[in-house]
Design a protein around this ligand. Structure first.
Ligand code: DC
Length: 222
């Protein structure tokens, strides 16, 4: 089985790029951020205290998380409920970032992620895929873009959706999330030693997808 690990900060276009590249390669795409978001969503919607690790961890024994593919799209089910369309809010982004810093939450999700790579050729996108989840992945890519460029993209996206947002707040939020993800004690966001850096600051989606595909092909010799 071939595993392509794609790690990098929020807003670098990772999921769009990884999804499109996986289709072209004929591999399964796994968005691991959705798992952390789903745990965050479950805790928040069941009255847990997202800032208290003990409270979050107390929910884990009652959570069964599954990934299913519907029309080729990944859906996350928590205790049988499809939560996929409820986990994309700013509130759940923050909750996901917080629960992802808790070691027991990471441990809880580890086997689920590894299981897919055992069965299928995968493109797996996250923060610690090349470093922790799939340290033996044949291809490791660290996909990034400057914080300003990521904020610009997020701002444009929100304005197009008709939301009234401030660029400075978005930039501050991105920087805060980067800081938390990069400085947490467990599985901090950092490039694996054997990863290849793809910086999308000056690339459009198509060029970024091509850069990923070229990197995969050069590594696996196709
Ligand atoms: O990629 P995303 O924005 O959906 O991820 C949500 C949060 O989950 C983000 O703050 C980082 C965290 N995360 C993680 O710690 N490890 C992963 N493999 C994927 C996401």
């Amino acid at each position: 089985m071939i595993s392509v690990a794609i790690d990098g900060p929020a807003g670098a276009g990772k999921s769009t790029i990884a999804k499109t590249a996986s289709k072209k390669l004929g591999y399964i795409y796994i968005d691991t951020g959705a798992l952390y978001r789903s745990i965050g969503y479950f805790v928040v919607s069941n009255g847990g205290d997202i800032d208290n690790a003990e409270s979050v961890v107390s929910f884990l024994p009652n959570i069964s998380a599954e990934i299913k593919f519907i029309d080729e799209a990944q859906h996350v089910f928590i205790n049988g409920e499809d939560v996929s369309d409820k986990i994309r809010t700013e509130e759940i982004s923050r909750a996901a970032s917080k629960v992802s810093a808790i070691p027991k939450v990471r441990e809880f999700l580890l086997e689920l992620q590894r299981g897919f790579a055992k069965k299928y050729n995968v493109v797996m996108d996250g923060r610690d895929i090349g470093t922790v989840v799939l340290p033996n992945a044949q291809v490791k890519i660290f996909l990034t873009a400057s914080a300003e460029e990521r904020a610009k993209r997020r701002y444009k996206e929100q304005i197009e959706r008709g939301l009234d947002v401030s660029f400075d707040e978005i930039l501050a939020d991105i920087k805060e999330r980067d800081y938390r993800d990069e400085n947490r004690e467990i599985a901090p966001l950092k490039p694996a030693e054997d990863s290849i850096l793809v910086d999308t600051s000056n690339l459009n989606i198509e060029q970024s997808v091509q850069a990923v595909i070229d990197t995969v092909k050069s590594k696996i010799g196709e």
